[in-house]
Design a protein around this ligand. Structure first.
Ligand code: UT7
Length: 318
């Protein structure tokens, strides 16, 4: 028994915030943002939208593409760092909004690696025969945890959601997954605040040492691809599509170059979406599936890195 992605979907909030808009908020420039990150715009959720709302839109499209209804879904995993509330999980809220009855539903918190973690987890349920159709979602509203006066972080992130249906299959889809974490780096990229005694304690906004994240990301994004191809007795030249976490075009280019993968085999969305954390990989995957870049039997590598640090990859045959 194998697991295979049978449908993808995504959702981006209507409101677009351009670099020019940001020039009016903080001391920055379109030139600085584009040259340092590759980002030109990002989508921003409305005040009344929550992560489960974005997830609902993306999930409905993925389910439609997979040809399944709420009756067919028997597992829901949502990767998010910006849940609707402390509890219940965004996955439980999504389950109710979708009208899915009585299946396991839980969130995965692995920041920007969240979707890779969630997909690897769903694969274990589906390929072991415990579930038939898992809904796996990455949904984020980073605009809620950004300090809009901090130019070093507020220009980098955006909101959005991506989803896949992972179904039982007789042919291999997911070939292997590779997950890592190193909590000793937890202070490098964090939202350190928490709620206690009815009040926010500590800083509730993103706090980041960008340079350290950059260097770490380039290293582990290269290492984990080698780990995945070696496990499957393949080579990086066998990869048809690399879909990396979309944080910075310079990280993406540098990773591709080190791996010897030409840029035209890399799906890039960071220019239009910014960094949407756990949503970035399924958003990019959905885009490349819907514009027919990805074809049946092609080899696709998904990889992410984020706060924790966490990092990981999923190698799959489309
Ligand atoms: O999903 C994982 C999450 N995070 C990441 O992936 C982030 C990884 N890191 C990065 O993408 C890059 O390190 C950044 C884009 C955050 C920063 O790029 P950099 O080339 O490492 O720039 P820097 O931090 O070395 O800053 C260079 C200068 C500084 O000024 P001084 O000290 O040289 O005078 C910053 O104060 O640029 C300044 N700066 C800005 N200037 C205009 C920082 N942010 C801005 C800004 N606009 N928005």
């Amino acid at each position: 028994m194998f697991s295979r992605i049978t449908g993808t979907g995504s959702y981006l909030p209507e409101k677009i915030l351009t670099n020019q808009d940001l020039e009016k908020l903080v001391e920055t420039s379109d030139e600085w943002i584009r040259s340092r990150t590759g980002i030109t715009q990002r989508h921003i959720a409305s005040e009344n939208q929550s992560a489960s709302d974005l997830a609902l839109n993306a999930s409905q499209k993925a389910m439609e593409a997979a040809g399944v209804t709420s009756k067919d879904i028997d597992l829901i995993i949502v990767a998010t760092t910006t849940p609707d509330m402390v509890f219940p999980s965004t996955a439980c809220i999504l389950q109710d909004k979708l009208g899915v009855e009585n299946c396991p539903a839980f969130d995965v918190q692995a920041v920007c690696s969240g979707f890779v973690y969630a997909l690897a987890t769903a694969d274990m349920f589906v390929s072991s025969g415990k579930c038939r159709n898992a809904l796996v979602v990455g949904s984020e509203i980073y605009s809620k945890i950004l300090d809009w006066n901090d130019r070093t972080t507020c220009v980098l992130f955006g909101d959005g959601a991506g989803a896949v249906v992972l179904s039982q299959s007789e042919e291999p889809g997911i070939l292997s997954s590779h997950l890592h974490a190193s909590g000793s780096y937890r202070d490098v990229l964090s939202v350190p605040g928490n709620i206690s005694g009815g009040a926010i304690q500590g800083n509730p906004y993103i706090n980041m040492d960008g340079g350290t994240v950059f260097k770490f990301a380039v290293k582990v994004l290269e290492d984990v691809v080698h780990e995945a191809v070696e496990k499957n007795n393949m080579q990086t030249s066998d990869i048809d599509w690399l879909i990396p976490h979309q944080a910075n075009i310079r990280i993406i280019r540098s990773t591709a170059q080190k791996l010897g993968i030409p840029l035209d085999k890399v799906v890039v969305t960071v220019d239009k979406h910014g960094n949407t954390s756990a949503a970035s990989i399924p958003l990019a995957l959905d885009l490349a599936v819907r514009d027919r870049r990805i074809h049946k039997d092609q080899l696709v590598m998904l990889e992410g890195v984020g706060g924790g640090f966490t990092w990981g990859a999923v190698l799959l045959r489309w």
